[in-house]
Ligand binder design. Sequence first.
Ligand SMILES: C[S@@+](CC[C@H](N)C(=O)[O-])C[C@H]1O[C@@H](n2cnc3c(N)ncnc32)[C@H](O)[C@@H]1O
Length: 525
Amino acid sequence: MLETEVYKLPSSWEARELLREKGQFWTPDWIAEPMVEYVLADKDGLLFDPAVGTGVFFRAAKVIAGEKGLNVRFAGMEIDSTVLSQAIKHGLDKDDIVSVKIGDFVLQSPQKKFQAIVANPPYIRHHRLDPGKKAQLKQLAAQLVGKPLDGRAGLHIYFLIRALSLLEENGRMAFIMPADTCEGKFAPDLWAWITRNFALDAVITFSPEATPFPNVDTNPLIFLMRKAPPEAQFLWVKCSRPATDALKRWVRSGFKNVSTQDLFVIVRDLKEGLTTGLSHEPFPDANTGYVLGDFVKVMRGIATGANDFFFMTIEKAKKLGIPEKHFVKAIGRTRDVPDNEITYETIERLERRGRPTLLLMLSGDNEETFPDSLRRYLQEGEYLGLPKRPLIAQRKPWYKMEARVPPPFLFAYLGRRNSRFIRNIAKVVPLTSFLCVYPKDQDRGEEHLEQIWKILNHPDTIANLSKIGKTYGDGAIKVEPRLLEKLPVPDHVVRQFEFPVQMRLFEPKESYPAHTGQDAVDEGD
Ligand SMILES: C[S@@+](CC[C@H](N)C(=O)[O-])C[C@H]1O[C@@H](n2cnc3c(N)ncnc32)[C@H](O)[C@@H]1O
């Protein structure tokens, strides 16, 4: 029987931070059992888990071994002995964990190979890794993959590489990983290596309602892989209901028995999957001729390099005595725009609430006209070391701000609320939480803007957003400018609004968009 364990996060911030430091998030049984089912492949033998935690996968293996009369033994690693000691409380015997070594799996990995490996590796982002360890990990990747991976790869990526390198011939591996595994800057190099050397059997994704880790801001995927010659196709699954045994039954049936109510399963070409991104559905559909870039141009919002300094409230500007003409109205956070419009009212409301709305917009070619108040403020910035900050150091003079014409539309691309387009009636400029969306044809007037607004807001256009960008557990999507331009706009949406024939600026796109569009601003995580 599947235990429908509800995943709970500790409520205090400190406790959650501690979990994050060590990447301690436990896998629910309805996920662990199908993963173990796959790697055991109906065989007796040794199951290896490189990040044992409280032993979820060993427990799942005991259930499956019991159901099938298999003789399964366990080995593994865990860095935290206190966590491992809880395995007993969670239903394992001392004998089950006797071969679990306390230590760092990636840097002190076992010298032998395994037939069956299963893991939910610690999801520790690159900025939480200390520089010494990061350098060692980079070296490890260079050694195993043949080249170092982009520095934004977190510890879980190195777990994946290391574990793959420990697979015996025809051995099987199941890993549950965050979506950045296929969406990060390092992903093309990582997957080129994996798909040259291993067979990818299946990728299992989850709709937001079915996420195995509710309330955790990641979009997890399961990868089922074999140490065998690569194959041209793989199975791509979307699981739409949590805590059922549909996945386990599907794996047990040799990927045949599909519960259509809970699972959507398709066969995909590996080449297409890698181009589209393994976390996304295949795209575009056959009836898509247009992409958003046929109608609009997309740029990221302004990157100030130091929001605390350049972006301020009216009170602060007044207190500093810097005249209004040195500022432009700006919007900083998606949370500051509660609906689909930014009106003058929206801005006034933010000002009343003491939210920053003024961006110091200096070009630097009229320094001699700066009032003393502004000069003093800039000196303060120099004193704070701002001119040396990475982004700012590239500017001359250091306080020169990026310029943007206020865009008629914005795209809010990350936030708890679903990604959405916003009409910018107040003509503000946005910071980097938004993308700027400009009509390609700037001279067509209001009516044209209205038509574009309707295209942007059409439910079928919005539905296509889930096919691009980086995905998060709660359904939020982060999209880079070039990718947003590749958003498919269904033909019927364009036709509905009677766009003049000459609006068809380009021939319909046929190719899949490459999932590599990254913009200049550091993504950090
Ligand atoms: C995401 S939890 C998963 C635990 C368990 N397998 C499960 O699925 O519930 C990852 C585990 O890896 C452990 N861990 C973190 N860094 C590690 C390392 N370098 N080597 C081995 N284990 C590590 C953490 O303490 C944590 O228990």
